[in-house]
Ligand binder design. Structure first.
Ligand code: NAP
Length: 283
């Protein structure tokens, strides 16, 4: 029987630790504060922002919201970021993506000071991650590292295959698994004979964005399978990339969707906010 990794329980465990850490920082007059900017009326973005605020509240991080109208210009958004960059009370800044099409999102992400960039999107932080000396970490891959740690799965010497090479998930995931001493292969849409590659994986991480993409014939007996996908199936039900029903019996550990990787992403945003607050206080 596979062990189904319980992302919600591991989220709660990590949030409880962070609540204690935040209280200890408050006792030293350090108040981690996350500023979240949302532009326009995208309903999905509104849900994400509300969830981020709720997580802050749960652990005692101060959250500030800046809701800007759809017609906000790039320059107006940059001006707000400049203000927040200069505000000593603000530890972390996040601009909820996607922003409306007329806004230059690269300029926006690059304007947030690297030391306040809690999403780890700034090129300097991406470089630091690559060099292995970053403070902030990309939230979804870091959440996966925390899931493995909690389950006492040591990647050392294991063969890890990551499917998907996006800047926010696949690419940093491959870097972090390599830093955790796994032997890593990073696959994408041009990979030839993907199943023959994935069948070698002790740890298989899928971040493709297609329902039932990972089928049982692609998975080695006893593998650890981590499903990052957040998709809708033919009945509009939330599902991952993995054909869970048929793949799970072959695995030793597997994450479900929902309730696996997803809950960890916002949790790691909280982690990054605490880490930047500590760094700004020179702790
Ligand atoms: P993305 O930017 O669309 O990247 C998808 C990747 O999959 C690309 O690198 C693409 O290859 C690769 N791919 C597509 N078809 C493939 C195929 N047939 N064989 C092998 N590789 C293939 O997606 P993303 O932003 O990384 O997100 C991936 C999934 O994770 C989505 O379902 C998303 O909703 C979910 N997600 C979940 C969380 C969470 O917190 N749980 C966070 C972020 C994302 P090319 O580069 O060659 O095009």
């Amino acid at each position: 029987m596979p062990h189904i990794i319980d992302g919600k329980a591991i989220r709660d465990y990590n949030l409880e630790l962070m609540k204690k850490e935040t209280a200890a920082l408050n006792a030293q007059n350090i108040y981690p504060c996350l500023s979240v900017i949302i532009v326009g009326n995208d309903p999905a973005s509104r849900v994400y922002v509300n969830n981020k605020k709720a997580a802050c509240e749960k652990i005692g991080i101060i959250s500030r919201e800046y809701a800007l109208p759809e017609e906000t210009t790039t320059q107006e958004l940059l001006n707000l970021i400049d203000e927040l960059n200069a505000d000593e009370k603000v530890s972390g800044i996040l601009c909820q993506m996607p922003v409306p099409k007329h806004i230059d999102s690269t300029a926006v992400l690059n304007r947030i000071l690297p030391e306040k960039d809690v999403d780890c999107f700034h090129p300097l932080n991406v470089g630091k991650l690559s060099a292995g000396n970053g403070t902030v970490m990309p939230c979804t891959p870091m959440g996966i590292i925390k899931l493995l740690e909690y389950e006492k799965i040591d990647p050392t010497g294991k063969t890890c295959v990551v499917i998907g090479r996006s800047n926010i998930v696949g690419k940093p995931m491959a870097v972090m698994m390599s830093q955790a001493d796994a032997t890593v292969t990073l696959c994408h849409s041009k990979t030839v004979d993907l199943p023959s590659v994935t069948r070698n994986a002790d740890i298989l991480i899928s971040s493709v964005g297609k329902p039932k993409f990972v089928t049982a014939d692609m998975v080695k007996e006893g593998a650890i399978v981590i499903d990052v996908g957040m998709n809708r199936d033919e009945n509009n039900k939330l599902c991952g990339d993995v054909d869970f029903e048929n793949v799970a019996p072959k695995t030793s550990y597997i994450t479900p969707v929902p309730g696996g990787v997803g809950p960890m992403t916002i949790t790691m945003l909280m982690r990054n906010t605490i880490e930047v607050a500590k760094e700004q206080a020179k702790l």
